[in-house]
Design a protein around this ligand. Structure first.
Ligand code: ATP
Length: 369
């Protein structure tokens, strides 16, 4: 995977990977305005990876997924799978399958019949269909309920049947649109683990759309964070969480504090009169540039007032069981949320106490203000 196999009109294609090149799709809204649902998007997705399209409602992730599946036609740009251009192929000829949020199971067919249906339409040999259906039932752990109707299944089981049905046709790419959003919280967590397992075991490229950042972080090999029709950042969950490329990504993923800062030199910023080193090259900013230092609540260290960090006063302390959430206020009035693991020094975590707030250079991320 990842091997470059050549170029086509200047586009680098990868062996079995999906290449999206300068894709565009514009709609006209009911009010008559143009909406750039996909705005000049280029992405590479490797064969065999779990790729997540993440972003707020309306950012274009569903339109991109539908364009890969062939339910939407691009206005411009191309989509390749390996060296094969797929965006001009009819949907049913693409080696791509979609799992819909609604599952779309046939209510009058048993679980087995639902899974076999696509293979029967393709006129596959009977014994192949039988073998493949059984293999899929085993894969999703439903072998003992193959004779049931969808109405006799739980939400999680229906989800598994929908997955098995899509995987039975051995697609090269499986598209999943908000596939877990109909499930309750606990089942959703279980299915996340299950989906990840299915992806690993089958080795099929999964492209999963969600607006749930926790879901994205827990499942993805790579995430593309979308805003307004464009990817703001593509990276591993760790990169997206710890090294957000800009303010939008920092803010969209997880909890974060933004501290007003001024660039001091290429490797440090000034916050509240203190020079703080950062493990990031700031040479693109001029000296004195107004920026924000973004810091995760759990990456902050609290200490006694004389420990030399930023001075802050403790405003609230909330015991949450697994951690303690604390709000402090810096001298300039900036509120900062902090998360610490118990047990913790009770004298320090007292409302009204003055504390010192420190952040290591690795854990501070400079973004635009
Ligand atoms: P959600 O999570 O709410 O589904 P999304 O990120 O998947 O959002 P899209 O559904 O791709 O976003 O929509 C992107 C933009 O394109 C939105 O502004 C949407 O209103 C618009 N849009 C999508 N489909 C159409 C359509 N058929 N006609 C007009 N506008 C559309």
């Amino acid at each position: 995977t990842g091997v470059r196999i050549g170029r086509n009109k200047g586009v680098e294609l990868r062996e079995s990977g999906l290449t999206i090149n300068r894709a565009r799709k514009t709609f006209r809204s009911a009010e008559g305005n143009l909406v750039h649902a996909i705005d000049d998007v280029s992405l590479n997705i490797e064969a065999g990876e779990f790729f997540v399209l993440l972003g707020p409602s309306g950012c274009g992730k569903t339109t991109l997924l539908r364009s890969i599946g062939g339910l939407e036609t691009l206005d411009a740009g191309e989509i390749y799978l390996g060296d094969q251009r797929i965006d001009e192929m009819p949907p049913y000829e693409r080696p791509v399958n979609t799992v819909f949020q609604s599952y779309a199971l046939f209510p009058n067919m048993t679980v087995e019949q639902n899974i076999a249906f696509g293979l029967e339409m393709e006129k596959k040999p009977k014994d192949y269909i039988k073998r493949k259906t059984q293999e899929m039932l085993d894969l999703v752990h439903l072998s003992d309920i193959g004779k049931r109707l969808p109405s006799q299944l739980s939400g999680g089981q229906q989800q598994r049947v929908a997955l098995a049905r899509s995987l039975a046709k051995s697609p090269k790419v499986l598209l999943l649109d908000e596939s877990l959003s109909a499930l309750d919280f606990k089942l959703r967590r279980q299915m996340q683990v299950e989906l990840k397992r299915l992806q690993r075991e089958t080795g099929i490229m999964f492209i999963f759309v969600t607006h749930d950042q926790e879901e994205a972080l827990s499942m993805a090999d790579h995430i593309a964070v979308f805003s307004k029709g464009k990817p703001e950042q593509v990276g591993t969950p760790e990169e997206i969480y710890d090294k957000p490329a800009n303010r939008f990504v920092a803010d969209f993923i997880g909890d974060i504090n933004f501290l007003d800062a001024a660039v001091h030199d290429a490797g440090s910023v000034e916050v509240e009169g203190k020079i703080l080193p950062v493990a990031q090259d700031l040479s693109k900013y001029g000296k004195g540039a107004a920026v924000s230092a973004a810091v995760r609540p759990e990456r902050i260290t609290l200490g006694a007032a004389d420990e030399g960090g930023l001075q802050a006063s403790v405003e609230t302390v909330t015991y949450m069981g697994s951690d303690i959430r604390c709000h402090v206020r810096l001298a300039d009035g900036t509120p900062v949320q902090i998360r610490v693991n118990p047990p913790f020094d009770a004298a320090l975590l007292t409302v009204g106490a003055t504390v010192s707030v420190t952040v290591s250079p690795d854990h501070m991320r400079v973004v635009e203000r």
